[in-house]
Design a protein around this ligand. Structure first.
Ligand SMILES: *Cc1c(COP(=O)(O)O)cnc(C)c1O
Length: 356
C-alpha cells in the first residue's frame, strides 16, 4: 500500500441491514435503492450482497444495463424514469420498470414501438413538489395509461419530504389517499425513514436507501442506534507525522487552530480530495488507535490534523478511523452541517476500496 488512506466496505453489514429492512416491513417487497453508485459504495462491488432483495432501484440507465449484464434478472426500477423517448427501446430490451411523472412521458410511451408492455410506476406529488402528478390529476392519468397497450403492470408511487419527523407523513398520506381513491393499485411510498418509523406507509414495496448503508435517514445516529443497522463503509488512514506544539502555535491553512498549551498533534493522510469534508471544523470526532479524539485546524486537500492528547502512545503509523463503526458518518456529517448521505456519495475516486 502506498498512501495509507482506504475505504473498506463490509458486505456482511449490508446483508444485515437488508434483514433489518425485512423485519421492519415484513409484508412488503423491497426495492434496494442503489442510485449514486450505491451511495458511493460501488454498485458493482455491493449488488451481490443485496441479491436477496426483491428489486433494485436507481437513476441511471447505464447502471441498470450493467446490472442486467452482471446477471440480475429481477425487477429494476428507474426512479426518475426515462429522460428522453429514445431510451424506451432500451427499457424494453432490458425489461426495466419506469416511473412516469410528467405528461410528455405518457405520450412517449403511447408512441413507442415495444416488444412487450412496460411496467410503470405512476408518480404522485405528495407535496414535495419535485416530481409527480398532483393528486387531483392522478385518477385521469391512471385511466389514460391503463388503456395504453404499451403499459403493463401499474403501481402508484410517491415520496416523502419529512418522513424522519413523527407527523411528517400525515399530510402527504392524505394527498396520496386522495390520488388513489377508486383505484385498485399497488403502492410504493416508503423511503428509509418511512420504512423504519411509519409502518402505515409500507404497502406493497418499500424503497430504502440510506439504512442499507448503515447511516441514519434523520442525520442523527442515535435515531437508528437501536435498529440493528450497521455502518457499511469505513474510511481509514494513518498518522504520517507528529508535531509537538507550544502554546500559541497554530495548525494548518488560515492558522485557524491555536494551541493553548503544549499539545501533540498527528497529521493524517486524508483530506478533502479524498472526500473528507473541508468544512468540518476543529472538534470533529475522529478515532486514533481506537481512542476517540478530534480534528484540529482546517482540513487540507490531502491531510488533516488530529489532537493526540487522549492517545499519548499513538505515533507515526497509528491507525485512524475517519468514519465507520467507531465514528459514525452521521456525527462527522453533523459537524460539517451535512448528512451521511452526502459524505458517502462524495468518497473520492482516488481512495482505494477494499471489500470485507
Ligand atoms: C433516494 C430515494 C429513495 C431512498 O431514500 P433513502 O432516504 O436513502 O431511504 C427512495 N425513493 C426515491 C424516489 C428516492 O429518490
Amino acid at each position: 500500500m502506498s498512501r495509507p488512506v482506504e475505504a473498506s466496505i463490509d458486505l456482511s453489514a449490508l446483508r444485515q441491514n437488508l434483514n433489518v429492512v425485512r423485519r421492519a416491513a415484513p409484508e412488503s417487497r423491497v426495492w434496494s435503492v442503489v442510485k449514486a453508485d450505491a451511495y458511493g459504495h460501488g454498485l458493482k462491488r455491493v449488488w451481490g450482497a443485496l441479491r436477496e432483495t426483491d428489486g433494485f432501484a436507481m437513476l441511471n440507465l447505464e447502471d441498470a444495463i450493467q446490472l442486467r449484464e452482471w446477471g440480475w434478472k429481477g425487477p429494476i426500477l428507474l426512479l426518475e424514469g426515462f429522460f428522453h423517448a429514445d431510451e424506451l427501446e432500451l427499457f424494453d430490451k432490458y425489461r426495466l420498470t419506469t416511473s412516469v411523472h410528467s405528461n410528455w412521458q405518457i405520450k412517449a410511451i403511447q408512441d413507442a414501438r415495444l416488444n412487450a408492455p412496460l411496467d410503470i410506476y405512476l408518480k404522485v406529488n405528495s407535496g414535495m413538489n419535485r416530481l409527480g402528478f398532483t393528486p387531483d390529476r392522478v385518477s385521469t392519468v391512471w385511466q389514460i395509461l391503463r388503456k395504453v397497450p404499451n403499459v403493463g403492470a401499474m403501481t402508484l408511487m410517491s415520496h416523502f419530504a419529512d418522513a424522519e419527523k413523527s407527523e411528517g407523513v400525515e399530510r402527504p398520506m392524505q394527498r396520496i389517499e386522495q390520488a388513489a381513491e377508486g383505484l385498485e393499485c399497488p403502492r410504493s411510498l416508503a423511503n428509509s425513514a418511512a420504512t423504519l418509523w411509519h409502518p402505515e406507509t409500507h404497502y406493497d414495496w418499500v424503497r430504502p436507501g440510506i439504512i442499507l448503508y448503515g447511516a441514519s435517514p434523520s442525520g442523527q445516529w442515535q435515531d437508528v442506534a437501536n435498529s440493528g443497522i450497521k455502518p457499511v463503509m469505513t474510511l481509514s488512514s494513518q498518522i504520517i507525522a507528529v508535531q509537538n506544539l507550544k502554546p500559541g502555535d497554530t495548525v494548518g491553512y488560515g492558522s485557524r487552530y491555536t494551541a493553548t498549551q503544549e499539545q501533540r498533534i498527528g497529521i493524517v493522510a486524508c483530506g478533502y480530495a479524498d472526500g473528507y469534508p473541508r468544512i468540518a471544523p476543529s472538534g470533529t470526532p475522529v478515532m486514533v488507535d481506537s481512542v476517540r479524539t478530534t480534528t484540529v485546524g482546517t482540513v487540507s486537500m490531502d491531510m488533516l490534523a488530529v489532537d493526540l492528547t487522549p492517545c499519548p502512545n499513538a505515533g507515526i503509523g497509528a491507525p485512524v478511523e475517519l468514519w465507520g463503526n467507531g465514528i459514525k458518518i452521521d456525527d462527522v456529517a453533523a459537524c460539517a452541517g451535512s448528512v451521511g448521505y452526502e459524505l458517502m456519495c462524495a468518497l473520492a475516486p482516488r481512495v482505494p476500496v477494499v471489500t470485507v
